[in-house]
Unconditional design. Structure first.
Length: 238
């Protein structure tokens, strides 16, 4: 199935249906049409941060360079509304791969080759992830890594670019620490008093990232920031 999502401008291109397989379930086409409508209506940059709907997500991969054959092996995500973490609204899936994963990755993630051989296909997982995230803003820690893999994943499976907005945790951290340098997830958790559990499990990492976002979003609101426009403007002037 081929679908084309455009979000950065709040609009979907009119050619979104051009590549859809003729055998696609009508419900899936209806979903795309509804997503198109929502994208046009939303003004995420101007939405009050206290009500901004987001999805915090994490990928586990076989390495750091998707263009050199590294692959996504699991994905986890959790929804938020403002500072509220919606614990019951989670997404998690392994992602099928036919190649063996490096031993150190298997040890790090506790994911086995046998599990990945019977996992859902990359295209199936990606479509389900889109259905889960809908038109929400995405949040990730070290988001450059997630963006690179999502772009490759989209090109390979959907023949489209990945254009959902992804905000890095540093987006809010820098409001409080202007000289902030990137740090491992567990270090940020320690700084915020967040317990580190099941590190390198995609869903658990997403949940910890959500708590980091929650921690710094509360500080941003207390500091008087109302929306993404104001945060972008402030950071641009640092």
């Amino acid at each position: 199935m081929i679908q084309f999502f455009r979000q950065m401008s709040g609009k979907l291109g009119s050619n979104v249906y051009a590549g859809i397989n003729g055998n696609t379930d009508p419900k899936q086409i209806s979903f795309i049409r509804q997503l198109q409508k929502e994208m046009k209506e939303k003004n995420q940059l101007g939405t009050n941060l206290a009500f901004l709907e987001t999805v915090v997500f994490d990928l586990e991969t076989t390495g750091f360079n998707p263009d050199k054959g590294e692959q996504v092996i699991s994905i986890g995500a959790i929804k938020m509304s403002g500072t509220e973490i919606k614990e019951e609204q989670c997404f998690y899936s392994l992602v099928r791969t036919n190649s063996l994963i490096p031993a150190h990755i298997a040890e790090l993630t506790n994911i086995t080759d046998e599990e990945l051989l019977i996992a859902p296909s990359p295209s199936e997982v990606l479509l389900k992830f889109y259905e889960f995230i809908d038109s929400h803003v995405l949040i990730a820690h070290h988001a450059k890594h997630e963006r690179a893999f999502m772009q490759k994943w989209n090109r390979d499976c959907l023949r489209s670019s990945f254009e959902h907005r992804i905000l890095d945790t540093s987006f809010l951290i820098r409001l409080q620490q202007q000289s902030y340098k990137s740090e491992p997830l567990e270090n940020i958790c320690s700084n915020c008093g967040i317990e580190v559990m099941n590190r390198h499990h995609a869903l658990q990492d997403a949940k910890m990232t959500a708590r980091i976002w929650q921690y710094y979003l509360k500080k941003a609101l207390e500091s008087g920031f109302n929306n993404l426009y104001e945060v972008y403007d402030y950071l641009a002037r640092l």
